[in-house]
Design a protein around this ligand. Structure first.
Ligand code: NAD
Length: 449
């Protein structure tokens, strides 16, 4: 039998997710042009960056910044430094930011940026040079009230400090602190930003268990957790889950994976990674082959690395109760359906990893007011936002399931040749909440319908 193939272009994946939600969105059904406009990015900026390397050569890097939507506020989204960065990936990531910000109800649109480079091959000086050149080339495409970057893969508080410093030199006399979030604390960063993505994901998981909507799972106590990616999102998730009584049994990074069925000492593994650059060769554990981590039997599987990790190829072998997407786009639409049919709950990225942008919003707010909240204040407000968004998604999914027949009838009238609508999963419910909010904003502004 021929293996099924699927389109792994992240921009196409983002489109498919959007199209799956559209039949459930009242006003859009009659206004395909507006639905089309809302999906298209508002602005795609491509820059080439000549950078002098440590050996004296000049190397050219390619950078992207996409403003997907400014309907609900200035663009917001991270910048990643990664070899696989390309225009379509950045477009998809910016699109997901629009829906994410709307879902957690913060006054931002969506944006994202990236530079195609391998930070493993760069010195600190070279990284700073790329960052400063990128900031300069982006010019007025970023700004505290237009498009506000943050960290993502292989960028961190130091990278944000270089962006801030460069931007500030170009804009003397202005309060430029809100140009980026995820800054070091003494440059106006917010307490709690570093751990916010994982903390938000942890709050979502805890809330779903409280609501008793995860089949065959009610508590974090003694739950087993496997985490792919041991960077900012992954390592902090490991700390939060083990702190709540769960057992982290497997983790992985670009170098490979490790498994200890009785549980890993998270602090020691994190130490080992800091010392050696990878989790592999941690003493006394089993080494995992590439891809094996995702198929580890566990209660909560946390993809916290890159896109397209759970696909048609391996979805059937996923053996978890919950997939908590701390990464952006780790599950393909084909895999989504297989997991749904297996009774595995996929907590979609736009909800699961929204904690980072929520605290980025808090940082931006503090910067505009020249104030600093304490960590307790930040965490409390984060939990409130995350719980509200989680509840909205759970309620929406129940409502959509209950009205599937009506949506089916209305959709069949508009699109007689379309295949029947499928029972909506949490991703579709999250999209319906998020896209609906953006559409309502357009409506309030008199642009839609
Ligand atoms: P990071 O650079 O801190 O860490 C990335 C980790 O992923 C590293 O441990 C790396 O070794 C690992 N990795 C990369 N490719 C891998 C692979 N093929 N298999 C296993 N591990 C692999 O990045 P991060 O900030 O933790 O981001 C991770 C994911 O979380 C990304 O998808 C990012 O978009 C998403 N995310 C991050 C934030 C944030 O605030 N940092 C917010 C929302 C979403």
């Amino acid at each position: 039998m021929e293996a099924q193939t699927e389109d792994l272009n992240p921009a196409h994946v983002a489109r498919l997710q959007y199209d799956t939600a559209l039949p459930f969105l009242g006003g859009f059904k009659e206004s395909p042009g507006m639905a089309e406009w809302l999906f298209q990015p508002e602005r795609v900026t491509k820059v080439t960056l000549p950078v002098r390397m440590d050996d004296g050569r000049v190397e050219v890097f390619h950078g992207y910044r996409v403003l997907h939507s400014s309907v609900r506020g200035p663009g917001k989204g991270g910048i990643r430094f990664f070899p696989e960065v390309d225009e379509d990936e950045v477009i998809a990531l910016a699109t997901w930011m629009t829906w994410k910000c709307a879902l957690v109800d913060i006054p931002f649109g969506g944006a994202k940026g990236g530079v195609k480079c391998d930070t493993r091959l760069l010195s600190r000086r070279e990284k700073a040079a790329i960052t400063r050149r990128f900031t300069t080339e982006l010019g007025e495409n970023i700004g505290p009230h237009t498009d506000i970057p943050a960290p993502d893969m292989y960028t961190d508080a130091q990278t944000m400090a270089w962006i801030y410093d460069t931007y500030t030199m170009l804009h003397p006399g202005e309060n430029t602190t809100p140009i980026v979030t995820g800054k070091p604390i003494d440059l106006g960063g917010s307490p709690g930003r570093e751990t916010a993505t994982a903390r938000g994901g942890f709050f979502v998981a805890r809330r779903l268990l409280e609501l008793e909507v995860i089949p065959d799972m009610t508590t974090l106590e003694d739950a087993t957790v496997a985490i792919q990616g041991f960077g900012n999102a992954g390592v902090n998730a490991a700390h939060f889950f083990s702190g709540a009584g769960a057992t982290v049994i497997a983790v992985s990074d670009r170098g490979g994976g490790i498994l200890a069925p009785e549980g890993l000492n998270v602090a020691e593994v994190a130490h080992h990674k800091r010392d050696t650059g990878s989790v592999v060769d941690f003493p006394g554990v089993k080494t995992l082959e590439p891809g094996e981590l995702l198929e580890t039997q566990c209660d909560i599987l946390v993809p916290a690395a890159v896109e397209n990790e759970i696909t048609l190829e391996n979805a059937d072998r996923i053996d978890a109760h919950m997939v908590l997407e701390l990464a952006n786009g780790p599950t393909t639409p084909g895999a989504d359906r297989i997991l749904f049919e297996k009774g595995i709950t996929v907590v979609p990225d736009i909800l699961a990893n929204a904690g980072g942008v929520v605290v980025s919003y808090f940082e931006w707010t503090q910067n505009l007011q020249n104030r600093q909240w304490n960590e307790h204040e930040v965490d409390e407000r984060l939990e409130e936002k995350i719980v509200r968004a989680t509840d909205a998604v759970v309620t929406k999914r129940a409502a959509l399931s209950g009205s599937l027949d009506r949506h089916q009838e209305e959709w069949a009238e508009l699109e007689p040749d379309a295949p029947p609508l499928l029972e909506p999963d949490y991703r579709t419910a999250a999209y319906v909440v998020a896209v609906g909010r953006v559409a309502n904003t357009l409506n309030d502004r008199g642009i839609f319908p």
